[in-house]
Design a protein around this ligand. Structure first.
Ligand code: FES
Length: 178
């Protein structure tokens, strides 16, 4: 649960804002925020876009949105947890988000998704029973020029193949890290 006065929140928000400078997905989200003129009543729309970009709504992302819309973090968290179509950070130790946007799709993202689902033994949107890996998909993460892209534990990897992606999942499942 996000609170508005707990000291670590400030540090997390700072981390999110610093993160924003180097992650293209935040820039795309900023464009979307501008398009909505940072209006608080655009919250659900913005959260949809954020989830499309990141695959799920992590706490720092919710804080980023709250800051951008000048809303109390608790309100943003409340909305994100109320609606079933929003996914908060999955339970897996590792997360793999396969981009299924158009550019990635035409370059084989569907095959990549199939390969990671086979390697993990669970479909997209789920976490392996041992809680090692959560699989998700996103719609364009801002790396179209170097598609297909997959995000492993928050880091965007480009020009992926089904083999590369499946290897990463198998590595996570066997070692739990890396
Ligand atoms: S469609 Fe995958 S990065 Fe744009």
């Amino acid at each position: 649960m996000i609170t508005t006065t707990h000291p670590p929140r400030g540090r997390r928000l700072q981390a999110a804002l610093e993160h924003a400078s180097g992650d293209k997905r935040f820039r795309i989200l900023d464009t979307h925020l501008k398009r909505h003129q940072h209006r608080p009543d655009a919250l659900i729309e913005i959260l949809h876009r954020a989830q499309e970009l990141f695959g799920y709504l992590e706490e720092d992302l919710l804080l980023y949105v709250a800051h951008a819309l000048k809303l109390p973090p608790g309100r943003v968290y409340g909305v994100a947890t109320f609606y079933h179509f929003f996914t908060l950070k999955p339970q897996g130790e590792h997360t793999c988000v396969v981009c299924l946007g158009t550019a990635c799709y035409v370059k084989g993202a569907r095959e990549i998704l199939r390969a990671v689902e086979a390697a993990a033994g669970v479909p997209s949107g789920q976490t392996t029973p041992d809680k090692r890996v959560s699989l998700l998909s996103a719609r364009c993460i801002g790396a179209c020029g170097v598609a297909p892209a997959v995000v492993y534990d928050g880091t965007v990897s480009v020009r992926q193949t089904p083999e590369l992606a499946a290897d990463r999942i198998r590595q996570w499942r066997s070692h739990g890290s890396g």
